[in-house]
Ligand binder design. Structure first.
Ligand SMILES: C[S@@+](CC[C@H](N)C(=O)[O-])C[C@H]1O[C@@H](n2cnc3c(N)ncnc32)[C@H](O)[C@@H]1O
Length: 278
């Protein structure tokens, strides 16, 4: 097991900080050596890369992300230049959008560009306009350490399957260990975060509650998320996330996150250890 695996991309809502706690749940599950880890909204893979299960099914609705992982599985090596410079960035962004326009976005070249854009753009944001074209601006980082060879991930991905569909189309086995991490619920706002509406949050909770095997869900601990999962028989635990509510440093309050758990028993002291030694 290699503990040094960092996710290859920057990804909004990445859960590296929660990974040791989730691993405690995983380790406490008696069949974890043989069962499959399923992440129906896998994003940047922080959890799968930390746990490194033998078998995994990793799904996300973002086709560029999944294409990138599939290309890694096939042995991705980037030979083309990657430069942290504004003009160069906008040319590469245009090239990426041309691939989208020409229906060539599930290619090795698209994966190379996706990686370059992710590392170089503002905050690693994966943002598209209404026409489906990538539109995040240049990131203005002082320096960027670009990776060109992804062979070590290829080895880890060997028995992992990547799919691109809506979370509830994920084909589950009864014994699957599910970890679900949707875009955060944002209460008191009309619009939905990243297109994930309150109806989607309810659909996800309903879908997860039907699974007979172990389930973990993380989300912002809004009142309605807490009662949604409690009503569906989950046990909620609250964790202080690394994000803050206020931009004013003196008034910064950490955002509370919930981990909703079903069909997993865990020894309390293991959890305490997980938060002491992240
Ligand atoms: C908070 S991120 C997951 C972060 C991940 N756990 C990590 O540590 O990097 C949520 C992910 O859900 C995906 N997503 C949003 N709506 C979805 C849907 N309906 N079905 C599947 N995936 C979806 C997004 O593309 C995004 O990658």
């Amino acid at each position: 097991m290699n503990y040094s695996f960092k996710p290859p991309l920057k990804w909004a809502g990445g859960k590296r900080w929660l990974a040791p706690t989730i691993k405690m749940y995983w380790n406490s599950y008696p069949d974890h050596e043989t069962c499959r880890l399923v992440e129906p909204l896998c994003g940047g893979l922080a959890i799968a890369l930390h746990i490194q299960p033998n078998y995994a099914l990793l799904n996300d609705i973002n086709q560029h992300l999944i294409n990138f992982y599939i290309q890694i599985k096939e042995g991705l090596k980037i030979d083309s230049e990657m430069i942290n410079q504004s003009d160069f960035f906008y040319k590469r962004r245009e090239e990426f959008n041309t691939l989208i326009k020409n229906n060539e976005y599930l290619s090795k070249r698209a994966a190379e560009l996706f990686y370059y854009l992710n590392r170089t753009c503002f905050n690693g944001l994966c943002r598209f306009n209404k026409q489906g074209f990538f539109n995040t601006p240049f990131g203005k980082y002082k320096s960027i350490n670009y990776k060109t060879v992804f062979f070590e991930y290829k080895e880890v991905f060997k028995n992992w399957t990547f799919t691109c569909q809506k979370f509830d189309e994920t084909d589950l086995l009864r014994t699957d260990f599910i970890y679900a991490d949707p875009p955060y619920d944002v209460e008191f706002r009309q619009y939905s975060k990243d297109g994930f509406s309150w109806e989607n949050q309810v659909e996800l909770a309903t879908w997860l509650s039907k699974h007979k095997g172990p389930v973990l869900l993380s989300n912002q601990a809004t009142k309605r998320i807490l009662s949604l999962y409690e009503d569906k028989g989950f046990t909620n635990t609250i964790h202080m996330g690394p994000r803050y509510i206020s931009a004013d440093k003196n008034k910064r309050i950490p955002v509370k996150e919930v981990l909703a758990v079903k069909n997993i028993d865990i020894i309390e002291h293991s959890l305490a250890q997980a938060s002491l030694f992240p």
